[in-house]
Design a protein. Structure first.
Length: 400
């Protein structure tokens, strides 16, 4: 079905031969398309990707669309995102941006010290609404960039180039302390040997602002990349990131030990399957000698399709979903601990109602089951599917 928008005073359809021209003119006039999937309409925005103009969903507006609209997203309460909206994540509808409050710093005082890998992601529930952990920031950008969405039609079409593009686009509509997140974000571009000098020059320009000053606080940047390897150093380890040859990030012994403990599951999954990706997000600064030193770090394991997974059970579910022509959306934890339930995935366009897919781990306790029951009861408009791992194999998917 062709989607309909109101742009200015006109009603237009995506299949209209003049649609591209209309979008170009609306982009220059700073007009917002209104998606007409429901009676009230939902504001959207126009993004320029190269020479092409595309209608995009406004940040955190997916639940306002009709369930059959391609811009619809499942209720945010089914993941760790719901607790953060209005607190750590604040939407400005006027300009279509989100302001984030972070529980980690983008500046550093005193001696350079490689810090935590650590308990930030398993912290107390009372802190969940106030600020985003480093992992939660990665989850937010992954979600906002549409990288949690998948359909079989996209098989073989998602590579690092697309991942980086989606993350950069998500960062472009995100601010931290009034400044654009993109100004403090380093995501390596695809490395090509013939472009090595130009790529390194562009990176040097990005890093110029965080070169270590002789005194005073030092600025930090956020890196998002794919781990290539953990290499030995005389002290600690070097993290080698794909597409950034010759630019390792140093991590001290203590932080390396904490990283292995806190992210044991992610490291185990990555080592067990050579098609998996290990995504790193880290804050880092530059030392006086020009080395990149990690301050805080978090890891996320992802499938071949770049869909985040926490364990082998989620991998089995995601693999089954990836073969469907029906779109699925992977759920993310953000600040929630592993002892709290989330919808591992949703089928937002399933008929007659969207479906939420829950995995109950074999070590789940009564509190986990009670919280899951409350979550399901709160959204009677979404059909639950539950895989209790301790009871046997994965049930058939709820395809309607």
């Amino acid at each position: 079905m062709s989607r309909r928008y109101q742009i200015g005073q006109a009603i237009v359809e995506e299949e209209d031969p003049a649609f591209g021209t209309i979008l170009t003119e609306a982009y220059r006039a700073r007009q917002r398309p209104i998606c007409l999937c429901c009676d009230t309409g939902v504001a959207m925005y126009i993004a320029r990707v190269g020479e092409q103009f595309l209608v995009k969903r406004m940040p955190l507006s997916g639940s306002e669309h009709d369930p059959q609209c391609q811009s619809y997203e499942p209720p945010y309460e089914l993941s760790g995102l719901g607790l953060l909206i209005g607190g750590a994540i604040q939407l400005d509808p006027a300009n279509g941006t989100t302001a984030l409050k972070l529980d980690f710093s983008l500046s550093k005082r005193g001696a350079q010290k490689s810090a935590s890998a650590a308990a930030q992601n398993e912290g107390p529930v009372k802190n969940e609404i106030r600020k985003l952990s480093l992992r939660a920031l990665l989850h937010y950008l992954w979600h906002q960039g549409g990288l949690t969405e998948w359909t079989a039609h996209w098989a073989g079409k998602r590579h690092w180039f697309q991942v980086r593009s989606h993350l950069m686009e998500a960062a472009a509509t995100t601010t931290v302390k009034g400044s654009a997140l993109s100004e403090r974000l380093l995501i390596p571009e695809n490395f090509r040997l013939e472009d090595k000098a130009a790529i390194e020059q562009r990176r040097a320009v990005v890093l110029a602002d965080i070169r270590a000053p002789s005194s005073g606080p030092r600025k930090l940047m956020v890196l998002i990349g794919e781990v290539k390897e953990f290499a030995s150093a005389r002290s600690g380890k070097k993290i080698v990131v794909k597409h950034m040859p010759g630019f390792p990030l140093m991590i001290e012994d203590g932080a390396w030990r904490r990283l292995q403990s806190r992210y044991a599951a992610e490291l185990e999954l990555w080592r067990a399957n050579d098609r998996f990706h290990l995504v790193v997000i880290a804050t880092f600064g530059m030392t006086q000698s020009g080395l990149a030193m990690i301050d805080e770090i978090a890891l996320m394991s992802a499938t071949e399709q770049w869909l985040p997974i926490e364990n082998a059970y989620e991998h089995r579910l995601v693999e089954a979903l990836s073969r469907l022509s029906l779109k699925s959306v992977k759920g993310l934890r953000f600040n929630l601990s592993s002892t709290q339930p989330i919808a591992a995935a949703t089928l937002p366009h399933r008929r007659p109602a969207p479906a939420a897919l829950y995995i109950v781990p074999p070590d789940a306790d009564e509190e986990f089951e009670a919280a899951l029951s409350e979550m399901i009861a709160a959204r009677a408009d979404v059909e639950p599917w539950i895989w209790r791992v301790a009871e046997g194999e994965m049930p058939p998917l709820p395809l309607g």
